[in-house]
Design a protein around this ligand. Structure first.
Ligand SMILES: NC(=O)c1ccc[n+]([C@@H]2O[C@H](COP(=O)([O-])OP(=O)(O)OC[C@H]3O[C@@H](n4cnc5c(N)ncnc54)[C@H](OP(=O)(O)O)[C@@H]3O)[C@@H](O)[C@H]2O)c1
Length: 288
């Protein structure tokens, strides 16, 4: 239902046709019978500020922000939450009634929420050992910060060592809580880890698979892969075959969207089997 009083939000990216956010948010709007709409907004980088200011002036409640604008949009915000400040990346904007534009980064919290929804007890995983984080890109930084925030030490392995060193230097962790290891050595560290997280693009459709030898893993290892195309990666399949708990990336994709929807439309949406199946079906076919 859209009336003259509808609340409006959308996702700003360039291109934006690959985004599943319109499908997700409009599903939730319909499910909750809310008077609102969520639009895909293709905005080239040189029009970003004009578009953000214009959408705010037009009465939008807020926006999601995706590639390539996640860093640039931070400079347009009047305030940032702790995760956005730390990562220098914003995926959610809320336009306040006071005219302020507040930016947040919900990826880290979305990842933690996806573990919880899958029945993973993070404290128990942390009691087994540190998180072994593969990758050192934007998603890795958000997840490392979130795990450290929950008291879980992090071992980072990335193909490009300089990037994992730079990631570790950005994290405000006490000595010993973050360590960088060589990319080739991560399978040797599986025995001591409580959580393995793939944040590289390996395993994504069109990319090589992540070599998934889990033979040295502890029986209590939890394996998470934030790749969500395909929903079931070779890493997750290998984990399940070994009897390990395995969590895919769709849950993170869904849970990172909850805070924005809640702020814009005033209702906290539920991530359940129906919406998970909707997204799984959508990522299984080409976007656009
Ligand atoms: N589930 C979700 O909600 C969610 C959210 C965000 C991202 N993701 C997924 O997470 C992945 C990373 O996203 P991002 O934004 O962090 O990307 P990014 O900043 O571009 O980082 C990519 C990472 O993948 C590594 N990598 C790429 N190709 C590799 C290869 N052939 N061998 C070893 N490592 C390789 C890179 O290593 P180098 O530094 O050596 O290049 C880097 O660590 C993507 O698959 C993305 O779809 C999922």
């Amino acid at each position: 239902m859209i009336t003259g009083a509808a609340r409006l939000a959308g996702v700003v990216g360039f291109p934006v046709a690959q985004s599943r956010s319109p499908l997700l948010h409009n599903f939730w709007l319909a499910r909750h019978g809310l008077d609102g709409a969520y639009l895909p907004l293709a905005v080239p980088p040189d029009r970003l500020e004009t578009a953000i200011r214009g959408l705010q002036a037009a009465g939008f409640a807020g926006l999601n922000v995706t590639v390539p604008h996640k860093q640039a949009v931070a400079a347009l915000c009047d305030g940032l939450d702790a995760a956005a400040t730390l990562t220098g990346s914003v995926n959610t904007l809320v336009f306040g009634a006071d005219g302020r534009c507040l930016g947040s980064s919900t990826d880290g919290a979305g990842f933690l929420a996806s573990l919880q929804a899958a029945g993973i007890d993070l404290a128990m995983a942390a009691a087994t050992g540190p998180a072994l984080l593969l990758g050192a890109g934007g998603a890795a930084l958000a997840i490392a910060a979130a795990l450290l925030g929950r008291g879980m030490p992090v071992l980072v392995a990335n193909r490009t060592r300089a990037r994992s060193d730079a990631l570790a230097a950005r994290l405000p962790a006490p000595a010993g809580r973050v360590a960088v290891i060589d990319w080739e050595s991560w399978p040797d560290r599986l025995g001591e880890a409580g959580l393995l997280v793939n944040t590289t693009s390996l395993g994504m459709a069109g990319q090589p698979a992540l070599p998934a030898d889990l033979s040295r893993a502890s029986d209590r290892l939890v394996v998470a892969d934030i790749v969500y195309v395909p929903a079931e990666t070779a890493l997750l399949a290998a984990a399940r075959a070994r009897g390990l708990a395995a969590v895919g990336g769709l849950g993170m994709l869904l849970h990172q969207a909850v805070p924005g929807f809640s702020a814009w439309f005033g209702t906290t949406p539920v991530v359940d089997d129906e919406v998970t199946a909707l997204l799984a079906e959508s990522v299984g076919r080409p976007a656009g």
